[in-house]
Ligand binder design. Structure first.
Ligand code: FES
Length: 352
């Protein structure tokens, strides 16, 4: 509500002060209007040489912006797309992108800095007050708008020319569909891709460190070994996408210590293979405690008991780690006997 809406008799008494008119507190309005603080002159307001210095600074910044814009255009025209430069500490990066980014950044920064310096040092800094007014239109204006609307509807003959009216509504209703169609460019739907990994029957387990297929004797009690599916190489275009689902960790546990019956069936000589991807938000699990058979995710400390179906015994993860069924082939190498039987990683993938 503005002071215009308050009856005059309810407004507090006003008093003139050196800083303008302020409203005094009284019984009806216990909070006095403090008015504006006294205006303090800046150095530029009283010293013409300081004002000139500020003017030159602002002009310098705007000139710098112009030069940077010219540099941007020149870079775009002259620098080859495939040229790279070494920039400490970024390493080798595209020269064109670097030049475009730097020149554009300097051009924008200099315009902004010039405008701010101009406003702070040379433009008037007198504080002004403006009473708030009602934003609602007056009854006369509203009546005028309605009259104009009816007049326009009458002159356009929308009511009489039904063909035009109906086709216009059709066009307006259909037009937003073009935006919906563009959503297709967001890419193909993932379908069931998140439910499957590269593991399948007969795929050899390859040691992530040595890149060699593994035999059961390579997995010793107490160690944590990481494996990937045979055929997946680091230089593959899809490597990161695939390893994010297929990364595997192997431990050897004495068969007598394995509590879960299915886990025992899916293991080989006590070697169990679990997804390395934490079922909380997908960090790679990397810590293993030999005595307790606990695997720990370093991100939020979810702890999985690898001797008991990798069930969660601590932390925010909501699911046990999926187990991969393994065996050995005729040549004695460890191989997968199928894919994981459930989605790996965070629980939201189950809805993919
Ligand atoms: S990602 Fe593993 S506990 Fe959060």
């Amino acid at each position: 509500m503005s002071s215009h809406d308050i009856p005059e008799e309810n407004l507090p008494d006003a008093q003139d002060t050196p800083h303008g008119t302020v409203k005094l507190a009284d019984e009806r309005n216990p909070f006095a209007d403090p008015g504006l603080p006294p205006h303090e002159h800046r150095i530029q307001d009283i010293d013409e040489r300081a004002a000139k210095r500020s003017e030159r600074t602002v002009a310098l910044l705007f000139t710098l912006s112009m030069l940077a814009t010219v540099g941007f255009i020149a870079s775009y025209v002259t620098i080859p797309v495939d040229k790279s430069v070494y920039i400490f500490p970024l390493g080798h990066i595209g020269a064109l992108n670097f030049a475009l980014g730097m020149t554009l950044g300097v051009a924008l920064f200099a315009i902004g800095a010039g405008a701010v310096h101009w406003a702070r040092t040379l433009m008037s800094d007198q504080e002004l007050t403006d009473e708030r007014h009602p934003v609602e239109a007056s009854p006369e204006t509203k009546a005028q708008v309605m009259d104009d609307f009816r007049q326009g509807a009458k002159e356009s003959a929308l009511g009489r020319r039904k063909l035009i009216r109906n086709t216009m509504f059709g066009a307006l209703a259909l037009f937003p569909l073009s935006g919906v169609v563009l959503l297709r460019d967001l890419g193909p739907l993932p379908g069931t891709k998140l439910r499957h990994t590269l593991w399948s029957k007969g795929k050899l387990l390859v040691n992530m460190n040595t890149n060699e297929p593994m035999r059961p004797s390579d997995i010793i009690v107490g160690s944590l070994t990481f494996a990937k599916p045979e055929g997946l190489e680091e230089h593959d275009h899809e490597f990161q996408t695939q390893i994010a689902k297929a990364a595997l960790m192997l431990v050897r546990i004495k068969p007598d210590d394995i509590k879960d019956k299915r886990q025992l069936e899916w293991s080989h000589e006590g070697i169990v293979a679990y997804s390395k991807i934490c079922t909380h938000v997908g960090c790679p699990i990397s810590l293993y405690e030999q005595q307790t058979h606990h695997a720990l995710c370093p991100c939020h400390q979810s702890t999985f008991d690898l001797s008991d179906g990798a069930r969660v015994i601590f932390g925010p993860a909501g699911h046990a780690l999926p187990q991969l069924r393994i065996g050995v082939n005729d040549e004695g190498y460890l191989e997968a006997l199928g894919d994981f039987d459930e989605p790996v990683g965070p629980a939201f993938w189950e809805r993919g």
